[in-house]
Design a protein around this ligand. Sequence first.
Ligand code: CA
Length: 95
Amino acid sequence: MFNLRKIIFVAVLGMAVPAPLFAQAQNMTYEEALAQLRAQFQAADVNKDGKLSQVEAKNADMERLASNFRRMDRDRDGFVTLAQLEARVKDQYDR
Ligand SMILES: [Ca+2]
């Protein structure tokens, strides 16, 4: 079940290569994954506007986010919010 979720998630992101964002999530609880996401997000949000541009994601080495940015940016406003990323984690943990 756990491996199946991982495979599905990788397939959803369209990538097979692990990257910092979400990559370790399969070894973490939902709460730990959220905490890591929030810490990464805070660190990456250099201008502290509460959202990440693709440049911010790239600069923070969030390669999976940067390379899947348009898909992650569900409302297509050019930014990914913490809420959008949290939704992805939530999907992954099926909660
Ligand atoms: Ca920002």
